[in-house]
Design a protein. Structure first.
Length: 285
C-alpha cells in the first residue's frame, strides 16, 4: 500500500531548471528530461526557433505535474556546440552591419532591430519594425548573395522590439517582457485610472511607447477592493453627516470625504452609514 502511494507521489512531481537563453538573456523554466545538471552548465534546450544555447541558472527543483514546462533540456552542450554558438554570434554581427548599411543605401522605411542565426545554422532571422508594409525583396537578395544562407525577414511590433533589445524600466529593474513575461496581456488606460495613477503618457508608458505591462498586475485587486466602495464624487452618509467622497485609499481601507461644513476628513469604511433595505410588512403585502 505504501509503495503504491510513493509511486503516485513521484508521478505527480517533475524536476525543472531555470535556463538563461544567451541570445536575449531571458530566463525560462525547462523540464530536466532525466539529465544530471547543476548551476553553470551549458546546455541545448527546446525553444520557439528550434534549438537554443543556454546556461543553467539554478539547481534542479521539483514542481507539480500540472506546472511542468512543455519544453525540455535536450542535452549538455559540448565543445563543438560552444564553437558553433560563437560562430553564430559573429555571423549575426556581420549580417546586422551589412543589412543596416543596405537599408540606409536603399532608403527603406524600416528600423532594423535584431539578427538571429538559428543554432543549427540553417536559417538567419532578421527582425525589423515599420509603419506599414515594406518591399524588402532586393534587400533579401543582397543578403543571400553576400552570406549564402537562407534569410527570413520578420516584421515585429514595438512591444516585441523592447523585448528583444531589453533595458531598464522606470522602476530601475530589467524590463518585464525581457526577464520573465511569456506573452503580452492587453493593457488599457482604465487600469491606470482604477489605480489612481497619473495619466501623463510619459509616466505610464514603457520603453516601447505603449502602456506599461505592470499596470495589469494589480488591476484585479483594485477592481475587487473597490467593488462595494462609493465612487469618487458620490455623496454618502457618514457618522459625521452627509459628505462627498474625494479620495480612496484601498490599502489603508479609508476614504477622504468633504463634509457639508467644508471640512475635509479621512474616515474608515466602518464610519459609512449603510442604508438598510426597508423590511417587508407581512400584514400589508
Amino acid at each position: 500500500m505504501s509503495s503504491d502511494v510513493m509511486t503516485t507521489n513521484s508521478e505527480e512531481t517533475s524536476l525543472v531548471v531555470e535556463v538563461q537563453i544567451l541570445k536575449y538573456g531571458r530566463v525560462q523554466s525547462f523540464d530536466l528530461n532525466n539529465l544530471t545538471l547543476q548551476k553553470g552548465d551549458r546546455v541545448l534546450v527546446e525553444s520557439e526557433q528550434g534549438v537554443s544555447f543556454g546556461v543553467v541558472c539554478t539547481e534542479p527543483r521539483p514542481t507539480s505535474a500540472s506546472q511542468k514546462p512543455s519544453r525540455k533540456v535536450i542535452r549538455v552542450a559540448n565543445g563543438q556546440d560552444v564553437e558553433r554558438f560563437g560562430r553564430n554570434a559573429e555571423m549575426e554581427r556581420e549580417v546586422y552591419a551589412f543589412c543596416y548599411m543596405r537599408i540606409m543605401e536603399r532608403s527603406l522605411p524600416m528600423c532594423l532591430v535584431s539578427v538571429e542565426c538559428l543554432f543549427d545554422e540553417h536559417k538567419t532571422m532578421v527582425y525589423f519594425t515599420a509603419e506599414g508594409r515594406v518591399d524588402f525583396r532586393e534587400l533579401v537578395k543582397d543578403l543571400v548573395q553576400k552570406f549564402r544562407t537562407r534569410i527570413e525577414m520578420r516584421q515585429i511590433g514595438v512591444r516585441h522590439q523592447a523585448k528583444m533589445v531589453g533595458g531598464l524600466g522606470t522602476c530601475g529593474r530589467h524590463l518585464c517582457c525581457t526577464s520573465f513575461l511569456n506573452g503580452f496581456a492587453p493593457v488599457s488606460i482604465k487600469m491606470a485610472k482604477e489605480q489612481n495613477l497619473s495619466l501623463n503618457p510619459s509616466k505610464i508608458s514603457g520603453m516601447c511607447g505603449r502602456l506599461m505591462c505592470c499596470l495589469a498586475y494589480e488591476f484585479d485587486h483594485y477592481e475587487k477592493a473597490k467593488k462595494d466602495l462609493p465612487k469618487v464624487g458620490k455623496k454618502v452618509n457618514t457618522a459625521y453627516g452627509m459628505a462627498k467622497v474625494i479620495r480612496q485609499n484601498i490599502f489603508r481601507e479609508r476614504l477622504t470625504v468633504l463634509l457639508e461644513s467644508g471640512e475635509e476628513k479621512e474616515i474608515s469604511y466602518e464610519e459609512i452609514v449603510r442604508e438598510q433595505a426597508p423590511q417587508k410588512d407581512n400584514n400589508n403585502p
